[in-house]
Design a protein around this ligand. Structure first.
Ligand code: VAH
Length: 325
């Protein structure tokens, strides 16, 4: 396995909800010019463009990855490009193509250019109705009922294969739903937990696409970024798991989230109109056991629901008053 340090980082999906903030966090930790942000077609923000290099690539097109890896002398890849659960159910072929064929290209390039490390996000979407719903264990049945979940299980298995067969240092986290204030998520089932804040501030009402009683594991973006960077900086000898760490910070129902928001916006009203995403949410765990991450690399969240709500309301109110929410 390559012993080089992580110096020149490529972030795919850098215009997305996590990728956009991960890129900024990596540029703060390393040098701006050592973190290359890439996207497929969405116009990047001024923040992303003004803080370091940006290129358009498509991970399904191996040559487009190879060009930037050579041009920027990349030694580490955060592969954040993905089709999420809701969009994936509307277009399963696209989901498989990006999440697996794209990932296969990333691993091939990583081998060919002797990458130091590759980060591949997984998700609690790897679990299905047959997995325990409460405190879902690190090792359990993985029979997801979405193409997104199937692609995430496959991604974990592929990452483990490349680790064991080719000594490629691949690491990954089973992200819960991620709440963030900077970039709206695109096409996930947990998007309600972000949209609700924007709508509460802008319109004081929200029509939620899952039931009030729906409970899912969640995490605030600062904790997501901390975990995504900490895992990649842990000595490999400490890790028993590699691509599939369970990870969570909290679990709450939509009703509990609404109650927290009403502490700041008392007139906020939420109605419930469940759609096809209710079945996806119902197939996922309500809470996660992330003991392995805590034991192997010292994981621990900083934000609970109350802290998330306070910070989200504060940040989105400022942007609303500036006219850019
Ligand atoms: C989704 N935000 O909703 C993603 C995530 C656990 C959910 O993987 O598809």
């Amino acid at each position: 396995m390559s012993k080089k340090e992580m110096k020149r980082i490529l972030v795919t999906g850098a215009v997305g909800q996590i990728g956009s903030e991960l890129t900024i966090a990596l540029r703060e930790k390393y040098n701006n010019d050592d973190v290359l942000a890439t996207g497929r077609k969405t116009k990047p923000s001024e923040t992303l463009l003004n803080s370091g290099p940006f290129e358009f690539i498509d991970i399904v097109n191996k040559k487009s990855i190879e060009k930037v890896v050579k041009d920027y002398d990349v030694d580490t890849i955060y592969n954040m490009a993905a089709i999420l659960s809701a969009v994936g159910e509307k277009n399963p072929e696209l989901c498989w193509n990006v999440n697996i064929n794209g990932l296969y290209n990333i691993f091939d390039i990583a081998l060919e250019y002797d990458m130091t490390r590759v980060f591949v996000p997984s998700s609690i979407a790897v679990f299905g109705p047959e997995s325990p719903k409460e405190n879902t264990p690190q090792e359990t049945i993985l029979k997801p009922k979405t193409m997104y979940g199937v692609s995430k299980v496959t991604g974990e298995l592929l990452g483990d294969y490349y680790f064991k067969r080719f000594n490629l240092d691949v690491r990954g986290l089973r992200y819960p739903g991620i709440i963030s204030s900077e970039t709206l998520p695109g096409g996930g089932t947990t998007d309600y937990a972000v949209e609700i804040f924007y709508e509460a501030i802008k319109n004081k009402k929200y029509s939620c696409f899952v039931k009030e009683s729906t409970i899912l594991p969640m995490m605030y973006m600062p904790d997501c970024l901390k975990a995504s960077i900490d895992l990649m900086n842990v000595d490999i000898s400490k890790l028993k798991h590699h691509c599939d760490f369970n990870l969570t910070a909290m679990s709450f129902s939509v009703g509990e989230l609404v109650s927290e928001i009403k502490k700041y916006i008392s007139e906020f009203d939420c109605e419930y109109k469940p759609d096809f995403r209710q079945d996806i949410a119902d197939s996922w765990p309500r809470s996660i056991d992330d003991t392995a991450a805590r034991k192997e690399w010292g994981w621990g969240p900083d934000y609970d629901l109350s802290a998330v709500t306070k910070d989200m309301i504060k940040k989105l109110r400022i942007r609303f008053e500036e006219g850019n929410l």
